[in-house]
Design a protein around this ligand. Structure first.
Ligand code: NAP
Length: 261
C-alpha cells in the first residue's frame, strides 16, 4: 500500500462521503470527489487543496446511475490521479417512508438505480485497474438496514441488503487477488439523508435525530479509514458501526434514555 493513497469517493458532496474526503485528506491522502453537485464539489475541493496543499483533491461530476459515465469518469482521470487505491462507493439515498405497495415507481427506480446499480457501476469502473496494478480496495456503504427491515423502509432495506451481497460477492470473485472488498454498515447517522428521504421537509427530518445521539458523518469516515488503513494482510469484510444509543439494529434510545450516551 502506498504511503499516500488515491481515494475515489462517490457521493462526496455531502454527509458521509464529504466526511470521508476530509478524513483521508487530513491523513495525507489524495481524494477524488464524485457526485452530481458541481458547485459543492468544487468548493470542497478548493477547501481541501487550501488546507492540505494543491493536488490533494479533484472534483469529478458524476451521476453513478450512468454506467458509461462512470467508466468514462475513471478512464478520464488526469495523469497522477488515475491509479485509484481505494474506492469508497458511498452514493446512496432513501425516498419516502410508506408501505411498500404505496412506493411510487419513480422512488423505487431511484433507490435501486443509485444504491444498487450505482455500486455495480462503480465496481465495473474501478476493479479492472486495481487488478492490473495488483492492489486496491473497494469499500461500499451498507447499513444496519441490510440486516433488519423497518416499516416503510422496505425497498431501501432491500437495496442495502443487495449492497452487502454485492460486496461479499465481489470478495468471492476477487479470491486469490490482492484486491480487497469491504462493507461499512452504519446505524443512524445525522446527515441530509432524512431531508432527502422526506423531500426537503426539514421538520420531519430533524425529528429523526431529535433527543438522541446519532453517529456523525465523521464517525463513519473514521470507520472507513480504519478499513482502508488496516494491514494488507487483513480484509475487513463488514464493519457494523452504530451509536451507543442504538441496539438490535432498529432500537434507538431517546430522551432521558439517551442522556449521557
Ligand atoms: P447524504 O448526506 O444525503 O449524502 C448522499 C450523497 O450521495 C450526496 O453527496 C449526493 O450527492 C450523493 N448522490 C445521490 N445520488 C447520486 C447519484 N445519482 N450520483 C452520484 N451521487 C449521488 O446521505 P449520507 O447519510 O451521507 O449517505 C451516504 C451513504 O450512507 C448512503 O449510501 C446511505 O444509504 C448510507 N447510510 C446512511 C445512513 C444515515 O443514517 N445517514 C445510515 C446507514 C447508511 P449529489 O446530490 O451531489 O449527487
Amino acid at each position: 500500500m502506498p504511503d499516500r493513497l488515491t481515494v475515489f469517493v462517490t457521493g462526496a458532496s455531502a454527509g458521509i462521503g464529504a466526511a470521508c474526503a476530509r478524513t483521508f485528506a487530513a491523513g495525507g491522502d489524495r481524494v477524488i470527489l464524485a457526485a452530481r453537485s458541481k458547485g459543492t464539489l468544487d468548493a470542497l475541493a478548493a477547501d481541501l487543496n487550501a488546507a492540505h496543499g494543491d493536488g490533494t483533491a479533484l472534483a469529478v461530476v458524476l451521476d453513478v446511475t450512468d454506467a458509461q459515465a462512470h467508466l468514462d469518469a475513471v478512464a478520464g482521470l488526469p495523469d497522477g490521479w488515475a491509479e485509484i487505491d481505494v474506492a469508497v462507493l458511498n452514493a446512496g439515498l432513501s425516498k419516502g417512508l410508506d408501505p411498500v405497495w404505496e412506493n411510487t415507481v419513480a422512488d423505487v427506480d431511484l433507490m435501486v438505480d443509485v444504491n444498487v446499480k450505482g455500486v455495480v457501476n462503480g465496481i465495473r469502473a474501478v476493479v479492472p485497474g486495481m487488478l492490473a496494478r495488483g492492489r486496491g480496495h473497494v469499500i461500499t456503504l451498507g447499513s444496519t438496514a441490510a440486516h433488519a427491515v423497518y416499516p416503510g423502509g422496505v425497498v431501501y432495506c432491500a437495496t442495502k441488503a443487495a449492497v452487502l451481497a454485492l460486496t461479499n460477492g465481489l470478495k468471492v470473485d476477487l479470491h486469490g487477488t490482492p484486491v480487497r472488498a469491504t462493507t461499512v454498515s452504519p446505524g443512524i447517522v445525522e446527515t441530509d439523508f432524512s431531508l432527502v428521504r422526506f423531500d426537503g421537509d426539514r421538520e420531519r427530518a430533524d425529528a429523526v435525530y431529535a433527543d438522541t445521539n446519532a453517529l456523525t458523518a465523521e464517525d463513519v469516515a473514521d470507520a472507513v479509514a480504519y478499513c482502508a488503513r488496516a494491514s494488507e494482510r487483513v480484509n475487513v469484510q463488514e464493519l457494523l458501526v452504530t451509536p451507543r444509543v442504538q441496539s438490535g439494529y432498529t432500537m434507538i434510545a431517546r430522551g432521558p434514555d439517551a442522556e449521557g450516551l
